[in-house]
Design a protein around this ligand. Structure first.
Ligand code: GAR
Length: 197
């Protein structure tokens, strides 16, 4: 059984997609052992708790400096003893010591086709604003392993989504989530859980 720890910051629709896929059998051989949020107000926490999943908050606001936060965050992850850490809309830069410790065992979902619209400053709605500003006709989502760069790790899965002429960032974000993110994130977890990666 693959023990996964899901890190979140906001609404948690990707977390929901993973929980639903586990229930529906789209992901097998996998258990969510913990959900960690940096944001006390994240709706993702409600989703986890309503499912009876252990949920924790580790917020930078509660620590005097970044180093103390990093240590507390890593300790919270370690306590779950995960086989895989899933960043599902987690908008905090991971401490380098954590990336080293869990090398090859951290994956992230990014709401664009890497290497486009990724890296520093490209997160959440900002990605879709940039896509519309550039006028590209195809966007999508990427699941990749996390290394010490920003969105530079090995790509696992990608799925393309069409941009429509009258899209707003919000409309496009929703289409990318529905057609790509909620599909490829569960798929990637299932592949890892069943030794297909
Ligand atoms: C998702 O679109 C995810 O791809 C994005 O944040 C959103 C979180 O939504 N992540 C990034 O931009 C990371 N660079 P959710 O909380 O509803 O899953």
């Amino acid at each position: 059984m693959l023990r996964i720890c899901v890190c979140v910051s906001g609404g948690g629709t990707n977390l929901q997609a993973v929980m639903d896929a586990i229930d529906a059998g789209g992901i097998t051989n996998t258990e969510i052992v913990k959900v960690i949020s940096n944001n006390r107000g994240a709706y993702a926490l409600v989703r986890a708790e309503s499912r009876g999943i252990d949920a924790a908050v580790v917020s930078p606001r509660d620590y005097a400096d970044r180093e103390l936060f990093n240590r507390a965050f890593l300790q919270c992850v370690d306590e779950a003893a995960p086989d895989l850490i899933v960043l599902a809309g987690f908008l905090v830069v991971l401490p380098p010591m954590m990336i080293q410790k869990y090398e090859g065992r951290i994956i992230n979902i990014h709401p664009a086709l890497i290497p486009s619209f990724c890296g520093k400053g490209y997160y959440g709605l900002k990605v879709h604003e940039a896509v519309l500003a550039r006028g590209v006709k195809i966007t999508g989502a990427t699941v990749h392993f996390v290394d010490e760069g920003t969105d530079t790790g090995l790509i696992i899965l990608q799925k393309a989504v069409e941009v429509q002429p009258d899209d707003t960032p919000e409309v496009l974000q929703k289409r990318v989530m529905e057609q790509a993110e909620w599909v490829i994130l569960p798929q990637a977890i299932d592949m890892i859980a069943n030794g297909r990666i």
